[in-house]
Design a protein around this ligand. Sequence first.
Ligand code: GLA
Length: 480
Amino acid sequence: MGIDAGTLLNMLRGAGPSTALRRFLSDNYPPAEQGQAADRYSRLVERFQALRPGAPVALARAPGRINLIGEHTDYNGLPVFPFAIHRDLAAAFAPRPDSVIALHNLDPAYPPREFLLDPSIPPYPTGDWGNYGKAAAQGILEHFRERGREASGFRGLDAVIHGDIPPAAGLSSSSAMVVLVALMLLRANDLAIPGRELAALLARAEHYVGTQGGGMDQAASLLSRSGMALKIDFFPVRVTPVPLPGGYAFVVANSLVTAAKTAAALDKYNRRPIECRLAAAVLRTKLGVPLKLLGDLAGEKSRQAAERALHPDPYTVAEIAGILGQAPEEIARTYCQRRDGTVFPEPPDGFKLHPRFRHVLEEGERVERSLAALQAGNVPELGRLMNQSHESCRDLYEISCPELDALVGICREAGAAGSRLTGAGFGGCTISLVRSELLDAFLRHVSRAYYQDHLQRPPGDLSSILFPCQAVTGAEVWQG
Ligand code: GLA
């Protein structure tokens, strides 16, 4: 596997015939950023050469994503509408003769990590970057073990990695790491799994790190197409690509509130899937229908019946236990478990089943309407739906924060046709839809009003926190 490092470097520098790698750069990066991207990939190859002189090498990349609309719908079986962006996690890598995965990062904030491909890989402490590699490896090994191939038959790999997706910012740097390591491990062992199947497998595999997320991030990183947004449906994964409208920019603005990967942050996220599972259980009993996920109630009539069946006040575990005819301990065990086996406690303000249900169902509907709007060339309608989505994320799903609300307000004031938080929430980025002719004025206004006035940051280079994003093609491995 792999090619000579010198040849790969020449290709990155533009020498020789046009290659898949060069085409990728020209199709997916704005002209001004192509050289920079090639330099970044070259640095990975050079560092790899120093680590494993003479070894043939390959390059892999997995992009981050923004989500236009459809937040916290995926694990409920309702669609999302993301696209991969030209910020990625990339690696130069080669197989090893043994079963060790050795991950080096150009950024010293991420110390080297090494682990053995074992049927049951023990995690590092919560939040460690190596856990995303372990999640991928464990998921891939499990997949093949079910098909009769044991972990002991797998080759490990050496990889030198670098990411330019802002971390803990809701742009899915963690899932990019899961996707990257999975692709490298597959290639190092001459194996393949079709994209949609791999996306679903890696969504489950990422639960290893403690989040109970859905499948949006892995699917967006793997299946995206240049210049397109993807409506993604789940169970099973299906994608509908739609060209992004001409004459508009999609601008990421980082609130600079980090959604760090602490146990408390995992709990904030996981509370939502738990509330959704509880709402589905209560509705299953009250409506007497065999639904599995809240998404099974999409459709006007069943949705209205469901809304009437839930009261607006929060629920206690005792009340839910009464409705389901089960002991409170059984409710905790069935619906509220964390990955480490401990139980997510009843929140002091109760489980908010009604507002969560409303958000999920209405948000799923907004995704369908956004797709129809883009297909009909009605871009302002997408903007209105994005605005409504933010309000719902703030008021019903409670995943916004004062900084995100301020930033969204400023982006709208600066001329955005729509602006909302993107990703899991609790900090991270906003995505704004901006007419191209307003872009410069928009960027000037946001940099002054949010970064200088609101956050009181000294003026400086904002290109990694406030930038228009390109919709790029999904993750891949190159050997030339
Ligand atoms: C995180 C999860 C996704 C999705 C979003 C919210 O990014 O990984 O599966 O639930 O939050 O839409």
